[in-house]
Design a protein around this ligand. Structure first.
Ligand SMILES: Cc1cc2nc3c(=O)[nH]c(=O)nc-3n(C[C@H](O)[C@H](O)[C@H](O)COP(=O)(O)OP(=O)(O)OC[C@H]3O[C@@H](n4cnc5c(N)ncnc54)[C@H](O)[C@@H]3O)c2cc1C
Length: 305
């Protein structure tokens, strides 16, 4: 089969090629797309390689107008913007992310191998939309949004900003339109008293796709949970926030009994979504303990505990 290969150097050119060639695939690092094409599972059309487009790379903080002072320390309250062509290695090595949203660096560190982390991008991770994608649950807990751009036939740019949870429709299915490109991942710098944890269970320590992964963002006043974001991946058809766990624990003291109860609620939710499967007898008890362990891990990092 022959395909045309495009390598635009600017976003606008890529958007134009995309608009005029609805069947074409966008190529980022290729660690999902090229593997699928090699096994004849990939899309058949032309390829638009995004690797030369500088506007799609890098990590920045866009300052809000009003910085805040916490405990006498002057803090930025900016919005963080990650270009979709940023690799896992660049995420791991970003000082800004380490300091503002270290959970994303922790998740990136667990991806594949050095070779995969050097090529694979965060945008590819979101757009491939695997239920097990490691960078999705941290971004769900950061309330991230995605920026999608397209080019009209009159040359005008159209931008949609969607919450990440709306963008992810189902396993391997997103709300990306055939003329759109993911151009940014955005989230507000988390409050300084918010603490985070990411955990992953794989079949082995390296090069393992998650059998279960998850993220937690927690804020405590003493031992009482004042806010909780909790997301699981590889549990249901897409990574998602487990609202009934969040609602149960918010306002409660963090006790062993309540951690066990919240684990049960997470497992019940997963069972309702997936029905009984061959893996359920293994997975549901694991989800119970994983949930408790993840929330505890985030809480133990809290400075107020
Ligand atoms: C050996 C191996 C191990 C792996 N281990 C892990 C792991 O541990 N954890 C994990 O999460 N993943 C893992 N993966 C999967 C993969 O590396 C990631 O999903 C990666 O993030 C994909 O990014 P990419 O840049 O390679 O995307 P590509 O393969 O280039 O693209 C993936 C999909 O996203 C689309 N896309 C890419 N960029 C954009 C954009 N800007 N706008 C719109 N659509 C876009 C493409 O069209 C394609 O459909 C592994 C893969 C391999 C081969």
């Amino acid at each position: 089969m022959s395909r045309a290969y495009f390598q635009p150097a600017a976003l606008e050119e890529a958007l134009r090629i995309r608009r005029d060639n609805g069947e074409a695939s966008l190529l980022a690092g290729g660690t999902d797309l090229v593997v699928a094409m090699r096994h004849d599972r990939g899309p058949a059309g032309d390829v638009i390689d995004l690797s030369k487009i500088l506007e799609l790379k890098g990590i920045q903080e866009i300052a809000d107008s009003t910085p805040v002072t916490v405990n006498g320390i002057h803090k930025m309250t900016g919005k963080i913007r990650i270009g979709p062509m940023t690799t896992f290695t660049e995420i791991m090595e970003s000082q800004l992310l380490r300091e503002a949203a270290g959970i994303l660096c922790e998740a990136a560190e667990t991806v594949g191998s050095p070779q995969i982390r050097n090529r694979g991008t965060i945008g590819g991770n979101l757009c491939n939309a695997s239920a097990a994608a490691d960078c999705i649950t941290p971004l769900l807990c950061l309330n991230a949004a995605v920026e999608l751009q397209s080019l009209g036939f009159d040359g005008s740019k159209c931008t949609r900003i969607l919450p990440l949870e709306t963008f992810l429709v189902d396993s391997k299915k997103t709300d990306l339109r055939s003329d759109e490109i993911l151009t940014g991942i955005l989230f507000q710098r988390p409050a300084v008293d918010m603490s985070f944890a990411f955990q992953k269970i794989g079949r082995r320590n390296a090069l393992a796709i998650a059998r279960l992964n998850g993220s937690c963002a927690i804020r405590l006043a003493g031992n009482t949970v004042t806010s909780l974001a909790f997301a699981l991946g590889a549990a249901t058809s897409k990574p998602e926030r487990i609202e009934r766990a969040e609602e149960y624990l918010t306002g409660r003291e963090l006790t062993d009994e309540d951690l066990a109860a919240v684990g049960k609620r997470a497992a019940e939710y997963v069972l309702e979504q997936t029905g009984v499967r061959a893996s359920s007898s293994y997975k549901l008890p694991v989800i119970e303990r994983f949930t408790a362990s993840l929330i505890r891990a985030a809480a133990e990092r809290s400075t107020t505990l």
